[in-house]
Design a protein around this ligand. Structure first.
Ligand code: BGC
Length: 254
């Protein structure tokens, strides 16, 4: 590889897959293949560590020569995971950053998956130079959220868990991409659920921009035009790679 000083590795741990790549931090682009393994059943810490080790080995960066950022689908405060919606309960109150640092034998930066996707879109994508409040949501196994005010991240918003009182479910159980798959919904049926969700978030926060990430954002033209909102809503420029790019971008933070 040519100049490696501006490169970092991002690992994005999700409810169904663990994805990783080497990122050029000047351009905010992947400069390696994107490698992916399935999230182990039950997503227990020791199994997830084995899977993360595997993606690093497949990328040829297991030797700590390139900085590493790891994104995880839970509240992350001071290196501890404080919630577990689509992973094992063992992560609740767990010293996750230290666990990965000890297990991988290197320093890492560890953060919430949607927050790092928000950072990627602010630095290199749809929320760049965007004034006011941007809310990025990821539609996947769950719904993740990142709130960015004038480009600054307000970490650990959990807007996938706003409650849908009439259905006694939270938003992600009703409107995540996994709900569409689980119930074999058409795009228009799913869009009705998204309409409820984004209207509710719009009413609560009056954002200036919504950015939609997650794997399904590559099909944004199938559902975003069906939504009627006052707030502009656009797909994430980095689509499903935003988590990898954002995790890598934060790898140099303490
Ligand atoms: C978790 C969030 C996460 C989101 C997307 C939710 O269930 O609570 O922390 O960002 O899923 O993975």
């Amino acid at each position: 590889m040519a100049d490696q000083t501006n490169r970092a590795v991002g690992v994005d741990i999700g409810g169904t897959g663990i994805k990783a790549g080497i990122v050029d931090l000047d351009k905010g682009e992947l400069v390696s293949d994107r490698v992916k393994v399935a999230t182990p059943d039950g997503a227990k810490p020791k199994d997830v560590l084995v899977a993360v080790t595997e993606v690093l080995t497949r990328l040829g960066v297991e030797d700590a020569s390139v900085p590493l950022g790891v994104a995880f689908p839970a509240i992350v405060k001071n290196g501890r995971t404080l919630s577990a919606a689509n992973v094992s309960d063992k992560w609740i109150g767990f010293e996750a950053e230290k666990f990965f640092e000890d297990g991988l034998g290197r320093d890492i930066h560890f953060a919430n998956d949607a927050d790092v996707a928000g950072v990627a879109e602010v630095r290199y994508g749809a929320a760049k130079d965007q004034p006011g409040l941007t809310i990025l949501t990821t539609l996947g196994t769950g719904i993740g959220s990142a709130m960015l005010y004038n480009g600054v991240l307000i970490p650990n918003s959990e807007l996938g868990h706003v409650q849908r009182a009439s259905a006694k479910k939270d938003a992600e159980a009703y409107a995540a991409y996994s709900a569409m798959e689980r119930h074999s919904l058409s795009w228009s049926k799913w869009a009705k659920r998204l309409q409820w969700y984004y209207s509710h978030i719009e009413f609560l926060f009056s954002p200036d921009l919504f950015v939609v990430g997650g794997g399904v954002s590559k099909h944004a033209d199938q559902f975003l035009p069906l939504l009627e909102l006052k707030t502009p809503i656009v797909p994430a420029v980095h689509r499903n790679n935003a988590g990898i790019i954002g995790a890598a971008a934060l790898s140099l933070s303490s």
